[in-house]
Design a protein. Structure first.
Length: 67
């Protein structure tokens, strides 16, 4: 298993980080996309950029998360 880090970005700054393990890059990318981030993100494995993960737009009838 490899350790991956998903950083959420807003206005050029990292605003959130999630660390998780996956067997390989494809599985990690799927897991990152499944999180449904509201901001753009980057998936890293160590110093290696694995993928850029675009923000998932909210559905028109969905309420934004509290907080």
């Amino acid at each position: 298993m490899r350790t991956y880090r998903l950083n959420g970005h807003k206005d050029g700054r990292i605003i959130s980080t999630a660390v998780f393990e996956a067997a390989e890059d494809t599985s990690a990318i799927e897991a990152a996309r499944a999180r449904g981030m509201l901001v753009d993100g980057e998936l890293w494995c160590g110093r290696r950029l694995v993928a850029s993960i675009p923000a998932m737009p909210l559905a028109e009838d969905a309420e934004p998360p509290a907080g």
